[in-house]
Ligand binder design. Structure first.
Ligand code: EPZ
Length: 429
C-alpha cells in the first residue's frame, strides 16, 4: 500500500519566520483534564496534528462532545457516561493513558487499555500505578487492561517518584485534585507542560502549588468546574526543531510563539556549537555560518536537555568539526534515528546509552524511513543540507506532532514537498 512521502532537495539556504503551534505534550493532557468537571471548556492554541484528533476520539468514546475549530477545541464533558479507553484507541496513541487520573478523580473508576511499548522504549507505567495506589486506588491489571477503583475513596498522600516521570506526575496531579486531603509529589517532573496543566487545573478550582519545582503539593477539593477557556503554551520541541533547521540552513530564522526560558539548555547547546542567537519575550532568532563545533549532549528531565530534541541535535553533531558524544538518559532505545542518518553518510557508533559521533563534511541524500516522531523530523532536517535528494517515508510519525512541517520549512526557502500516497511513483522510491 503506497504511503505519503516527504521529498527534500538539499542545499537551499533557510531564512524567515516560523510560528510554532501549541504544545502537543500539553494540549493532550489539558484535553484529558477536562474530564474532571462536567461542562463545556475551550482550549486554544491547539495544534492541528493527528495525536490531538486521536485524543478527541478518546474523549468522544467516553461520551464527551468534541468540536475542533481553528486551532481550538471545545469539549463538553457533561455527557461523559463511560470510563473505558479501548485498546484500538490507546494502541494508536500511548498518551491516552492520561485519561486514567481524571477518570479516577471524577468517577472513582477507570478501565484503560495498557498502551504497551513503542519504538523508543518499554514506556512502563509502574510509577503511575504506585503513585495512584498511594492515594487509595486499587488496580486489577489483566487481559491487557488496567481496571482502577477506589474502594475506600481517594485520600491525599505523600508520593515520591523514582524518576521525574512526566506522565506519572500528570496522572497523579489529575487524581489528587479530587482526593480528600493533601498530596505531595516529590521528585516531580518540572517540564513547562506540567506547569501549563497545573494552571489549567487551578482554573478549574484545584489547589496546587509547586508546579515546575521538584515538589508539587495538591490539596484535594470536592468540586471542580469547567474552564471557560485556556490557551496552551507554545511547543518548545517544535521550536527547537526549527532552530536546528535555522542553524543548518544558515538563517536568520526566527521562531515565534515560544518562551525562550523553556528552551534554555537547548539554546546553550546551540551557542556551544557556534550558532548566533537573539532572544526576545516570545521569539528566538538563530543564524550560523561556517563550521559547527562538536558538542556533547546528555538528555535529562527538564531543565536538562530535552530527549525530544536529541535526534535533531544529532544532525548538528553529525556535521560538526570533530567528535561528540550524545548520552540518552531518559529512554532505553532512542537511537534508531542514528541508523537511518548513517545511510546518509553520518559516522555514528552506538554503545548502549552513548552515541559516539564523528562529524563528516557533508551528508548525502538517500531514501530513509522515520523510526519515530522526532527521528522523522530530524531526517527531514538532515535532508535540508544533504547533497542531492532525500525521500522520507513513514511521515505519519511526523504528522503526529508537527503541524504543516514541510510547509513551514518551505516558507523559509527549503526545497521540500509532500507527495501524497496516490501521487507516489517509481521515481520517488
Ligand atoms: C512524555 O512522555 C512525552 N510525551 C514524551 O514526548 C517525552 O519524551 C517524555 O515525556 C519525557 O520528556 C507526552 O507528553 C505525550 P516519562 P512520558 O513518563 O510521560 C520511564 C514526543 O516525542 N517510565 O517522563 O511517557 C519511561 O519508560 C514524546 O513528543 C517508567 O519506567 O515520559 C521513560 O523511559 C516522546 N515508569 C522515562 O521513564 C513509569 O511509570 C520517562 O518517561 C513512567 C515512565
Amino acid at each position: 500500500m503506497p504511503e505519503g512521502l516527504i521529498v527534500v532537495n538539499g542545499g537551499a539556504p533557510l531564512a524567515g519566520t516560523v510560528s510554532v503551534a501549541g504544545a502537543k505534550n500539553s494540549v493532550l493532557k489539558l484535553m484529558a483534564a477536562s474530564l474532571l468537571a462536567p461542562g463545556v471548556t475551550t482550549i486554544r492554541n491547539v495544534p492541528i496534528i493527528s495525536d490531538v484528533t486521536l485524543m478527541g476520539e478518546v474523549l468522544e468514546n467516553l461520551g464527551a462532545k468534541v468540536a475542533f475549530g481553528n486551532h481550538e477545541v471545545t469539549i463538553d464533558t457533561a455527557p461523559v457516561d463511560s470510563v473505558e479507553a479501548p485498546w484500538e484507541l490507546v494502541a494508536r496513541m500511548r498518551a491516552s493513558i492520561a485519561v486514567l487520573g481524571p477518570l479516577v478523580g471524577r468517577f472513582g473508576r477507570a478501565h484503560v487499555a495498557m498502551p504497551g511499548g513503542c519504538q523508543i522504549g518499554s514506556r512502563k507505567l509502574d510509577m503511575h500505578i504506585l503513585g495512584l495506589e498511594a492515594l487509595g486506588v486499587a488496580f486489577d491489571i489483566s487481559h491487557g487492561f488496567i481496571d482502577a477503583s477506589i474502594p475506600q475513596g481517594l485520600k491525599g498522600a505523600p508520593v515520591i517518584l523514582d524518576f521525574p516521570s512526566v506522565g506519572a506526575t500528570e496522572n497523579l496531579m489529575m487524581a489528587a485534585v479530587r482526593a480528600c486531603g493533601i498530596t505531595t509529589i516529590d521528585n516531580a517532573a518540572r517540564e513547562p507542560e506540567i506547569v501549563d496543566l497545573a494552571g489549567y487545573l487551578v482554573q478549574m478550582g484545584a489547589r496546587i502549588t509547586g508546579a515546575g519545582t521538584p515538589t508539587i503539593e495538591i490539596e484535594g477539593v470536592d468540586e471542580l468546574l469547567p474552564v471557560a477557556e485556556h490557551r496552551t503554551i507554545g511547543d518548545r520541541i517544535e521550536a527547537g526543531t526549527f532552530l536546528v533547521a535555522g542553524v543548518l540552513g544558515g538563517g536568520p530564522l526566527t521562531v515565534e510563539g515560544v518562551r525562550p526560558a523553556q528552551l534554555e539548555m537547548a539554546l546553550s547547546k546551540l551557542k556551544a556549537m557556534g550558532a548566533e542567537l537573539t532572544v526576545a519575550a516570545d521569539r528566538i532568532t538563530v543564524s550560523h555560518d561556517g563550521a559547527l563545533r562538536p558538542t556533547d549532549i546528555q538528555t535529562l528531565p527538564h531543565p536538562g536537555f530535552p530527549t525530544d530534541l536529541q535526534a535533531q541535535f544529532m544532525v548538528l553533531d553529525a556535521l560538526a568539526d570533530g567528535r561528540s558524544v550524545i548520552t540518552e538518559n531518559v529512554f532505553e532505545n532512542r537511537f534508531m534515528f542514528a541508523d537511518e542518518i548513517a545511510r546518509m553518510g553520518a559516522d555514528i557508533r552506538i554503545e548502549g546509552h552513548f552515541a559516539f559521533i564523528d562529524g563528516v563534511r557533508q551528508l548525502s541524500g538517500a531514501p530513509v524511513r522515520s523510526p519515530d516522531l522526532r527521528g522523522g523530523a530530524a531526517l527531514v532536517l538532515a535532508g535540508l543540507v544533504a547533497d542531492g535528494q532525500t525521500v522520507v517515508a513513514g511521515i505519519e510519525h511526523i504528522d503526529r506532532g508537527y503541524e504543516h512541517f514541510e510547509r513551514k520549512l518551505a516558507s523559509c526557502g527549503a526545497r521540500i514537498e509532500r507527495v501524497p500516497a496516490e501521487k507516489v511513483t517509481k521515481r520517488h522510491v
